[in-house]
Every structure is written in C-alpha cells, then in structure tokens.
Design a protein. Sequence first.
Length: 276
Amino acid sequence: MKKSKNSKNLWVYFLLILFCLIAVFPFIWAGIAATHTNTQIYQIEWSFRIGGQMRQNAVDLSAAFPVARNMCNSLIIAFGYTAGILMIDSMAGYAFAKYEFKGKKIIFALTLGSMFIPGQVTLIPLFIEMTSFRMINTNWAVILPGFAAVFGVFLMRQQFAGFPNELLDAARIDGAGDFRIFLQIVMPSMKPALTSLGILSFVNQWGNFMWPLIVLNSKDKYTMPLILSLMVQPGYVTNYGAVMFGAILALVPVLAFFLVFQKNFIDGMLSGAVKG
C-alpha cells in the first residue's frame, strides 16, 4: 500500500515538473534567442548556448522605437489603470454588498450581464467618446474606458459581503462616517482581495493590444505590446533577436509585480470564491 502511494506521488511530481518545463520553456527560449542573430535563430541545429548579440539587438530595438519612452508609457498606463480599478471597483463592490437601495438587485444583475457583451462591440462607441473628449493619442484614452471592470466589482462584492455588519454598526455608534468606515475599518482587511484584483488588472492592461492600437498613433505614445507587434510586419525582414529582447524586457515588470504581491494572491482568489 505504501509502495503504491509513493509510486503515485512520483507520477504527480513528474507531471508537475513536466508542466513547469512546458510553461517556462518559451521564456527560456526567448531569453536565449535575444542573444543571437537572425541567422543563428533560423539554424536547424539550434542550441541553448548563449550568444553575444544581445547588445546589438538592444541597439536595433532602440533604433526602431523609443523603447525607454514606450516602457514608461506601459508602466504609467498599467499602474494608473490598476489604481483606478482598485478604487472604483472596491467602492462599487462595497455599495452592492453593504447598502440597500431601490433596484439594487436589478442593477447588479445588469452589471454582471455586461460581462457577456463582446469587447469588440464597444470599440467604436468608445473611440467616438474618446474623440469627443479630445483624448486620442493620450494615456487617458487607454486608461479611462476600462476603469469600471465588472469582474473587479463582483470579486470585491463577494469579499465585502463576508465582512461582519456588527463592526460597521459599532463604528457608526462611535461616530464614524461612511468614508472613514470604508477606508479605516473595512479596507485594511481586504488586502488579499485587493492584491488579487491588482495583479489581474496590471497583467491585463500590460498585455492590452487592440485598444491601444486604435487610440494611439505616434511612436512616442506606443506601449510595449504595440512596438513588439509592429516590428513583425508582413513583407519586411523581421529582426527576431531584437523582438525577443523586447519581449524579455516587457516581461520583467510583470514578473516583478507578481513576485512582490504574490503572497496574498491565492488567498484573495480563494476567499472571493467561497463568500456569498
């Protein structure tokens, strides 16, 4: 019996290691390819040996696009979007969880129902709206349309629903106002949920391609996904070494953001799934 159990554990470990290797391999390959020329990348007998072309690939990437500016654009947009999501979605989720008002259930159902509307349907109305506000080719045009994320509202509502009402009543008896209760009593206990929502929002906006492609029209305003995509054009010779270098460069902020806040990520997702 014990031998059978150990054998089963070995298979589990083997599969986990295999899946990890499959998941990590593309990043390893991109990192190594960033150190080679196009000719070396296209070779049939390609090896995992690190080349000496990384500096030249970085120069080629910088010659095609203002990479430092594009990286700053991506960081500003991703952090601004994440901050807005955390603020607006947490307030909306708190209102749906702890306040009683006319039409609450209908409004919440309509809010959830909007998740089933394809994003492509809203592209033209949003573009017309951003044009009317004279925000085309600005960071605000990328950030503002996604502030009210329905998934974030639902996640935070589930979290706030499990917060004891007795603590809220005690705070009101002591003279605390609604905003003070929300900021000083409720929000500190929502750190896992805020971390989960923050990571998901940051990663989602960092990899956003379609909407920035529509509203941004100058190289100095582009984000990292845009410049990497525009470097691969039909009919032109693509410098894949430079593209891979840009891909690794774009991976660093996302990976760092996750590693810093990963401690509460799983806790936030699991607790949001079981609270009703």
